[in-house]
Design a protein around this ligand. Structure first.
Ligand code: HEC
Length: 201
């Protein structure tokens, strides 16, 4: 009897003080990042500092007030440099860029061509089985959305600066950040939109 009572009381005490971890504050999180991230080569400490837009997304749980989001998306839209002429490059080169996650790391050569890491998040060509699922599948994108000038412009802009269209998007700003060149983005536009691309087969 005595033993049973002790166990019951023990459980009650445990239930009253559940094992929870307090959420770290932003300051604590930044402190850990600054402690553990070491600047090497081109990977400098500014990588762990959020810009204003990222800060607003963090503080609002990715749900800033609609009018704030609209104003900041307009700012991001103004960063996009649209080339004149056709935005369709070569889908075969686009597939290689989508596959590659190289570039901008401390051990990559500064200025060497980088990849887009598209498969980390998206499904694209059906031949590639190993793709991320964080983002919507882009399989059949051109078939579904068309491939005229407006869609080309949208895809180019989305790759250049995804946050111009969706402020707290998890997609990196690949043109704005200088990760991909104009020609590389055009090649990715072709990967998504060219009827001959495996994405649309
Ligand atoms: C870190 C993950 C991530 C990476 C890497 C990424 N994306 Fe995205 N992408 C997303 C997410 C999440 C969305 C959906 C939300 C949004 O629209 O912002 C998206 C949306 C898109 C859209 C809009 C889809 C639509 O239905 O209108 C396109 C186009 C796109 N991505 C293309 C690409 C291409 C091409 C690459 C490689 C250069 C790429 N993405 C890399 C996460 C990613």
């Amino acid at each position: 009897m005595h033993t049973t009572l002790t166990i019951t009381l023990g459980l009650a005490a445990a239930a009253a003080t559940p094992l929870t971890c307090a959420e770290p504050s932003d300051q604590q999180t930044l402190g850990v990042l600054q402690r553990d991230f070491h600047a090497r080569g081109q990977a400098t400490m500014d990588r762990v500092v959020q810009d204003g837009l990222q800060r607003i997304c963090t503080l609002s749980g990715d749900q800033p007030p609609a009018e704030v989001a609209k104003a900041l998306e307009a700012d991001q839209m103004r960063t996009i440099v649209f080339p004149s002429g056709s935005l369709m490059g070569e889908w075969k080169r686009g597939e290689a860029i989508a596959q590659s996650g190289r570039g901008s790391m401390w051990n990559d050569q500064t200025g060497a061509a980088a990849g887009g890491s598209c498969y980390n998040c998206h499904q694209l060509s059906p031949q590639e089985q190993s793709h991320g699922t964080l983002a919507p599948s882009l399989l059949g994108f051109g078939n579904k959305r068309g491939n005229g000038p407006q869609v080309q412009q949208y895809v180019y802009g989305k790759i250049y600066n995804a946050k111009a269209y969706n402020l707290c998007s998890q997609m990196p700003r690949l043109g704005h950040a200088g990760t991909l060149t104009e020609q590389q983005i055009k090649d990715l536009v072709a990967l998504l939109l060219d009827p001959a691309s495996p994405v649309n087969k």
